[in-house]
Design a protein around this ligand. Structure first.
Ligand code: CU
Length: 145
């Protein structure tokens, strides 16, 4: 994986995040009533809960938590499903968001679900606490207006 490719992936992630935030605002502007064109919500989704699946993968020699940016709004309940898909002898990787006192160990083949309320606005790094070289990302919590 080249630096240019990583930068491109980062740019794509940033665009996806801005699209998500934009779509969120449109949905709120239209009110809670679902339109006929809207995709059905996932069956188990509670109102006000933002769900994400994060996967730990290996690309060349880099171990990466993806997506590298997740964005929510302050006050959202956040549900993260963590999956360790990294092959090899080491079957455990960590996931920590220190600002939110979250520290988990994720074993390959045993996805872990965590929930928390994003009550603090800001940009908070997440990473693997077991391997400093493991590439993490950022949780963006947009301030409540
Ligand atoms: Cu790791």
């Amino acid at each position: 994986m080249t630096k240019v490719m990583l930068k491109t992936m980062g740019a794509i992630a940033a665009v996806a995040v801005s699209m998500l935030l934009g779509a969120n605002r449109i949905a709120m502007a239209q009110g809670a009533a679902p339109s006929a064109a809207a995709a059905p919500a996932p069956a188990m989704e509670e109102p006000g809960t933002r769900s994400f699946t994060l996967v730990s993968v290996e690309v060349d020699d880099a171990k990466i938590w993806l997506p590298s940016v997740i964005a929510v709004e302050q006050g959202d309940k956040v549900k993260l499903t963590l999956k360790n898909l990294v092959p090899g002898a080491v079957n455990q990787h960590g996931f920590t968001i220190p600002a939110y006192n979250i520290t988990e160990v994720v074993t390959r083949g045993e996805p872990k679900t965590i929930t928390f309320v994003a009550d603090k606005a800001g940009v908070f790094p997440f990473s693997c606490q077991l391997h400093p070289a493991h590439i993490g990302g950022s949780l963006i919590v947009e301030p409540k207006k």
